[in-house]
Write a protein that binds this ligand. Sequence first.
Ligand code: KIV
Ligand code: ZN
Length: 517
Amino acid sequence: MPSTNNVLIFDTTLRDGEQSPGAAMNLDEKLKIAEMLEDLGVDIIEAGFPISSNGDFEAVFEISKRAKRSVICGLARAGFKDIDRAAEAIKPAKRGRIHTFISTSPVHMKHKLQMEPHQVLEAVIASVGRARNHVDDVEWSAEDATRTEFDFLCRCVEAAIKAGATTINIPDTVGYAIPSEYGALIKVLRDKVPGADKVVFSTHCHNDLGLAVANSLAGVMAGARQVECTINGIGERAGNAALEEIVMALKVRADIIPCDTGITTAQISRVSKTVSNVTGFPVQFNKAIVGKNAFAHESGIHQDGMLKHTQTYEIMTPESVGVSKTSLVLGKLSGRHAFRDKLEAMGYELGANALEEAFKRFKDLADKKKHVFDEDIAALVDEEIASGQDRIKFESLRVVSGTFGPQSAELELSIDGEKRLGIARGDGPIDAIFNAIKVLFPHEARLLIFEVHAVTEETEAQAGVTVRLGEEGKSVTGRGADTDTMVAAAKAYVHALNKLLVKRLKTAPEALTAARR
Ligand code: KIV
Ligand code: ZN
């Protein structure tokens, strides 16, 4: 093990996480999540891939301006244009990092990059050198490292260190490794490569075989001192290693892995919920640490054990990850003061205007719903944060439904600040609503997923609706909540449509071939 037992947490929710099929975040959402990650105690926030779109650039730039403590990192391929753009984006940061990468595996070099190994090696040296001209903190990644020929990987890592990289990341890009193999790779690189003792080794594991967290921990046990991960494990395909699982494994099993992180674990649940709301990706019920069932005990034997002593069936307390028992909070008589106190207790800090707007919506909700729970308030405030920059806003809806058709919807939206009314029929009320949205804002996107769930567990619960839309190979997910399921559906569709408008502007940068650099 290296001399320090502090493991740096590098969160890539805003970069690799945002690359998940169906995910897209607008600027306000990214700023909110970055702020929460900083409060959580994340050491390095990978805020985006600046060359991929103006939106990504702006997000990295704005997050860099606001960050107080965390290092803000921008991703760049090995080309100089990428690196210079990332450097510009992180310029305002108190502590900025450029993360540059290139593929090193035979299959990637041949088919994706169409580059010979010696060209890749030259690109490693040139790209790290270029990044070091901008900043002292440079991370280099060997994309597809776990399928790379070992001697070549060693040569690339050595070259990156010589060129000035301060962190060396060994991605299991396709989630192919198994823990003993991944741990051994980190160990042997640290033992063999000249200069390895001068840099921090980092893990970056994908979850295609469900081993991302296990591989990351094996990497830490072999001496890696940075772990790249995302909230709720979101990311390309099956996702990345989940931050909350790694952090809690290190905390709960400090007897086996004596390493610390700077994470305030009591904030985990709150950040998990916000990321889920913003991306529209539900957290599976049995997900470790943050799933709805993670601390639920239903069988008689377990309940009996828990009543006698909580440690019979709990290896960590719900409070340690910020899970509290659902509490009855406010009602229609609650005032501004109580509402603000509640928001603060839940970790939300809203400016005066946003607070006023959220309070109005809370009052509307409390008129319709006797019991307003923490989850209701979170849904309401997250929606407020999410819709801040939206071009299309939901205003009102009237629906005719029932056995005697035709079903129809009369919908008012505000589009770029102008209110418009659209009327449409459909095969059922939901179809009518979605047709009305198409009348007001014509588009070709296809509906891929439509799901309804209850925000809280009672019959007067708000409905939470998830809508996924697909267009030209891109997909986005939107969410809406309301006591009326039809309104929640309209809000979810509008939310997804706004995300689609953000995603349309994002290019998917191609691989950097020798010719294209
Ligand atoms: O999975 C991967 O290889 C990556 C790199 C860009 C680090 O995300
Ligand atoms: Zn990745």
